[in-house]
Design a protein. Structure first.
Length: 225
């Protein structure tokens, strides 16, 4: 059985096979706020009504997609300098694929990993919606609202790709930085990937053209709960 959340979403992008079993084709919505959490359940075989279950079937669902988000901070606070982030965009993210769940024949539990996805493609640039520029300081990580989390198909990203573009302002002056992926990375189902971007304000006085306002990032991975 499959499910998705939120149920109020007009188009969920999920197309099951004709008999309702086997493979599902999926296309993520292009707008972050319209994306859904696509889930599949463990298998329940030969369920019949009895005095124990009272007709109730407990189903455990599993996430088939991965979550991706961004947070930023400064390397240091500097008096008289105000930094805000106006936009964040993920570049060339695959938004469609075919998901074919596999099941353990003994436990009937769903086994989900990145290999269950095939025909992954339809690369798109996906922006976060930031109505008002977000102030960034060195005091803690700044995020971009609850709705700014990508829900996308698991996929492999190639080192050196321009993964994230950040538009930020220093005392009102616009700057744009593109963050390259430092190593090959596989986004796996049921995982949450948080990309932490640090904005470095200063550069060498001996070489004023080097690394001006450079942007660096690290990535963390946790289970999606």
């Amino acid at each position: 059985m499959f499910a998705y959340y939120p149920v109020a979403t007009a188009t969920n992008g999920i197309v099951p096979s004709e008999n309702g079993l086997g493979a599902f084709t999926f296309t993520a919505a292009p707008a972050v706020g319209s994306q859904v959490d696509f889930m599949v359940s463990d298998v329940k075989n030969d369920m019949i009504y009895d005095d124990t279950n009272k007709g109730i079937v407990d189903l455990l669902f599993h996430h088939t997609l991965c979550q991706v988000n961004v947070q930023t901070k400064l390397d240091q606070n500097v008096s008289g300098i105000n930094v805000t982030v106006g936009s964040v965009q993920f570049n060339g993210v695959s938004t469609s694929g075919t998901f074919t769940p596999t099941y353990d024949p003994t436990t009937h539990k769903t086994k989900i990993d990145a290999t269950d996805w095939s025909s992954v493609g339809t690369e798109k640039d996906i922006p976060f919606v930031i109505p008002t520029p977000v102030t960034v300081t060195a005091d803690g990580w700044s995020t971009f609202g609850d709705g700014n989390t990508l829900l996308v198909v698991p996929q492999t990203l190639v080192a050196g790709s321009d993964l994230i573009t950040v538009k930020y302002y220093i005392n009102g002056i616009e700057n744009t930085a593109t963050v390259k992926l430092p190593a090959d990375t596989t986004w796996e189902p049921g995982k949450k990937y948080s990309y932490n971007i640090t904005i470095h304000l200063f550069y060498s006085s001996e070489d004023p053209e080097s690394d001006k306002y450079k942007v660096q990032f690290t990535a963390g991975v946790v289970d999606w709960v």
